[in-house]
Design a protein around this ligand. Structure first.
Ligand code: DX5
Ligand code: ZN
Length: 232
């Protein structure tokens, strides 16, 4: 079984005034991807960042940019995000009318296409689209904010998504997003996810008096995730 695990640092919890340094620190700790949460205040109740920031990040890192679109009508913006430097683009099942068209658009632009399942989205939503996706993002919180608690049912969902993909001959990796930290990384990897998104666990300061240390936090998360592999 291919057990290469990747850590995707979610900049949502980073210091936006010091993004370059935050990303560099996480990279020193072993970050494999930079996860960018795009929110529009409609699909989710929060507004974050758009293409100019993706373009700026592109200049300061060589890591793949994993752009998670939590916006309505994503088809209108996918071209711009890929042009800005996105390597992976994921869309929520509920945000698009024609998922096959959207995934094809992403792939035709040369990026990897991901399908995101909200905690309440059934696994069967993937059924007709497996051949057209490059990865599946399983949400382990309701999208919209960083720093939320991991919803434990996500572990079983990862197993069911992995089972479905395997049965259909798809090697597409599963990405998990929301509430990931050193306490649950081993269980997440054991369940079958290989891309672990983490924001608060990497960029959030443990308390007001302790400065955040994204390098050490990324390293700790990697160790926790890889611990699951050596145990397996
Ligand atoms: C939530 C976002 C996540 C978020 C994860 O809607 O999709 O990527 O940044 O943050 P943590 O790791 O803090 O739960
Ligand atoms: Zn995300």
């Amino acid at each position: 079984m291919n057990r290469s695990v990747r850590i995707a640092s979610s900049i949502l919890s980073a210091d936006f005034a010091d993004l370059g340094r935050e990303i560099a620190a996480s990279e020193r700790g072993g970050a494999d991807l930079i996860h960018v949460d795009v929110m529009d205040g409609h699909f989710v109740p929060n507004i974050t960042i758009g293409t100019p920031v993706v373009k700026a990040i592109r200049r300061v890192t060589t890591k793949p940019l994993d752009v998670h679109l939590m916006i309505e009508e994503p088809d209108r913006y996918i071209d711009d995000f890929v042009a800005a430097g996105a390597n992976m683009v994921s869309v929520h099942v509920e945000a698009v009318h024609h998922l096959h068209r959207t995934l094809t658009l992403i792939r035709n632009l040369g990026a990897q296409a991901g399908v995101v399942l909200n905690p309440s989205t059934p696994v069967v939503a993937l059924d007709e689209i497996i051949a057209d996706l490059d990865f599946v993002l399983v949400m382990s919180v309701n999208p919209g904010f960083g720093g939320q608690a991991f919803i434990p049912q996500a572990l079983d969902k990862i197993r069911r998504v992995r089972g479905l993909l395997d049965r259909r001959g798809s090697a597409a990796p599963i990405e998990i997003d929301g509430g990931v930290d050193t306490s649950n990384a081993a269980d997440i990897v054991a369940a079958g996810a290989t891309i672990l998104v983490a924001g608060h666990a990497i960029f959030g300061a443990p308390d007001a008096e302790t400065a955040a240390d994204p390098e050490a936090a990324t390293r700790a998360l990697r160790a926790a995730a890889f611990g699951a592999i050596s145990r397996a």
